[in-house]
Design a protein around this ligand. Structure first.
Ligand code: PLP
Length: 396
């Protein structure tokens, strides 16, 4: 998965362009640039690859989610439905615009369960945020129908599934807004960075302003620009954008390599009747960033995870016990350990969320995910496949 495995001369060349003219910022300094506008170029490339009208790059995936929520007018008193299995960025972004995160069960797609989403909707709900964890997607059609019925925004967090698709559309482009992360461990990386895509002119127009202090970007004198609304600074630097340009060009190659490696491993594990695979919704195509398997029960899953490690199979995760990705260990959220005061709405909303999620626990307790790397040779993958098979069989 990490795009940094493929760093090379292409990234160096793009960065050198920026260093040659010394303009590290995306706005202004036109005469010095020698025609290089890396952030703008990355946005054009991203919109083209994702088949959307607009793209906005920002300083992180968390920032992309924050900007997306702000563009959709989500703020104080609003509720956003998010899954119990995700990265902490999901609730951080929601809290940062003053809204309340509402945790919701996942199903065997390892993402939001549409039925559970319907049960989470209240009069305060403004958006549903599916998170396409570990290379595959939520049942987007069902979620879109729910959003249409209740007039909610569908915001896709595609940070871990860039390049996958659903119903023939790139992940992130199916909902009203979609977000990507280009942080250091993602498939496309620029060190730190993120991107937002949309087909809405209104959201795109708000996004470029919001991520740059509300600047209207009219004319070529930043000091003279007006601020139609409050914003923040989530800009991406030209150096980061330069790396992103070279990396995004490698996305289709990355997908090809991942699919090949994933398929070898999956075929091998398919020979074990006790191993089943995460459900990919109909019409969905994974990014193949991870191979996600279910073991028959929690006890066997824990043992299998341990056995994989002791058989020398690295980069396998048992998310159920993970501090970053599963609600059980989000004590800082559930116990409301914020530095300053949270609003009354958020305080009472989080109390409501601070319950148990047995349906999520049943799936996550059985799940083991293994990262798919790009640098493996075919021999490496085949050896890995036999070690994985051996490790899992040893605990059945
Ligand atoms: C990485 C990630 C993010 C946040 O991205 P950063 O660029 O690290 O801020 C958000 N959501 C998911 C699912 C992620 O994996």
């Amino acid at each position: 998965m990490p795009g940094f495995e493929l760093f090379g001369a292409e990234e160096q060349k793009e960065v050198q362009d920026v260093l040659d003219n010394g303009v590290l910022m995306r706005y202004g300094f036109d005469p010095m640039r020698n025609g290089h506008y890396k952030a703008l170029e990355l946005e054009k490339d991203l919109a083209k690859r994702m088949q959307t009208k607009y793209a906005q790059v920002v300083s992180s995936g968390t920032a992309a989610l924050t900007v997306a929520l702000a563009c959709a007018e989500i703020g104080s008193g609003d509720e956003v439905i998010m899954p119990t299995f995700t990265f902490v960025a999901s609730f951080e972004a929601i809290l940062s615009v003053g809204a309340t995160p509402v945790l919701c069960d996942i199903d065997d797609t390892l993402t939001l369960d549409p039925k559970a989403v319907e049960a989470c909707i209240t009069t305060k709900t403004k958006a549903v945020m599916p998170v396409h964890m570990c290379g595959s997607m939520a049942d987007l059609k069902a979620l879109k129908n729910i959003c249409n019925k209740h007039h909610l925004i569908l915001l896709e967090d595609a940070c871990q599934a860039i390049g996958g698709s659903y119903d023939g559309k790139p992940l992130g482009s199916y909902g009203d807004l979609g977000c990507f992360s280009f942080d250091y461990v993602k498939m496309v990386t620029c060190g730190e960075g993120g991107g937002l895509i949309t087909n809405s002119e209104k959201y795109a127009d708000r996004a470029h302003k919001y991520q740059d202090h509300g600047h209207d970007h009219v004319g070529n004198d930043r000091g003279a620009e007006t601020h139609p609304f409050l914003g923040y600074n989530y800009r991406l630097s030209e150096l980061n954008a330069a790396v992103g340009i070279a990396q995004l060009r490698k996305l289709d190659h990355i997908l090809e390599v991942q699919e090949k490696n994933y398929t070898i491993l999956r075929d091998a594990l398919s020979s074990i009747p006790e191993v089943t695979f995460r459900r990919v919704p109909e019409t969905g195509v994974e990014s193949y960033a991870f191979l996600n398997i279910f073991l028959p029960n929690e006890d066997i899953a824990r043992k299998a995870h341990k056995a994989l490690g002791s058989h020398g199979v690295d980069a396998c995760f048992y998310w159920f016990d993970n501090n970053w990705h599963y609600y059980k260990k989000w004590e800082h959220l559930l116990d409301q350990k914020s530095l300053g005061n949270l609003s009354k709405e958020i305080q009472s909303g989080l109390k409501k969320s601070n319950t148990s999620f047995p349906a999520s626990d049943a799936w996550m307790g059985r799940t083991v995910s293994c990262l798919i790397k790009l640098s493996w040779t075919e021999q490496d993958v085949k050896e890995r496949a036999s070690k994985m098979t051996e490790a899992i069989k040893s605990v059945l």
